[in-house]
Write a protein that binds this ligand. Structure first.
Ligand code: SF4
Length: 211
């Protein structure tokens, strides 16, 4: 597919009774607040996360519709149709190869499980928004969890991050944000009624187009 028509995200969102600009401005304020607070707490550390390290971009990262709409709006403003079409092509391939597991994220958690963590672990992919150089194509508007990865606590008070981050912070006296409680703040914003992964949202937006 080399077509990737521009989608009127504002109109799409308006159909759900939401003013996109207001909602996205609120989301950006939350991002700013989290970045600032996390930056203060980790100011004394030389975090292993650095440009070009894409370790966190090869697993299922949960994203709300509002975050996705913000990302796609930004993409449409900064990338041409050909580049967007390539992202859609990658997302479609991921979606079609792992459709059942991805759609299972929309259903209640499997019996005996409290959330979709286990299902999400079975979905492996390189984020379609990851550039060839290992940099995030939408870095300024990347999702909340990317901002918390490698610099916050998980629910077990371990590091929410990769092995590298875990080893770096091991045996250090730490005060960090708690990823889950920060992420719950998203619920105060509109268009945050579900969590899915980028390939799902992109497929939903463009899946009907011919390949
Ligand atoms: S959007 Fe960017 S930061 Fe988030 S998973 Fe994709 S490449 Fe990584």
């Amino acid at each position: 597919m080399d077509r990737c028509p521009t989608i009127d995200i504002r109109e799409l969102v308006q159909r759900r009774g939401v003013d996109f600009d207001d909602a996205f401005a609120s989301l950006l304020r939350l991002y700013l607040d989290v970045d600032r607070h996390s930056g203060e707490l980790t100011a004394g550390y030389d975090l292993p996360c650095h440009k070009g390290c894409d370790g966190c971009c090869h697993e299922s990262v949960f994203v709300t519709p509002l975050e996705f709409y913000g990302v796609w709006t930004w993409l449409q403003e900064h990338y041409g149709e050909g580049e967007r079409a390539e992202i859609v092509r990658r997302a479609r391939a991921i979606y079609e190869a792992q459709r059942d597991a991805i759609r299972a994220l929309n259903a209640p958690p499997p019996l005996g499980e409290v959330d979709h963590t286990q299902v999400a672990r079975t979905i492996r992919f390189r984020c379609p928004l990851l550039g060839d150089d290992g940099g995030c194509l939408v870095y300024p508007v990347r999702e909340l969890y990317a901002r918390l990865f490698g610099c916050s606590f998980n629910e077990q008070s371990g590091i929410y991050g990769c092995d590298l981050s875990g080893k770096y912070f091991a045996n250090k006296e730490l005060t960090l944000l708690r990823a889950r409680s920060v992420a719950l703040q998203l619920n105060d914003l509109p268009l945050t009624d579900m969590r899915q992964i980028y390939p799902y949202y992109i497929y939903e937006l463009f899946g009907v187009l011919e390949g």
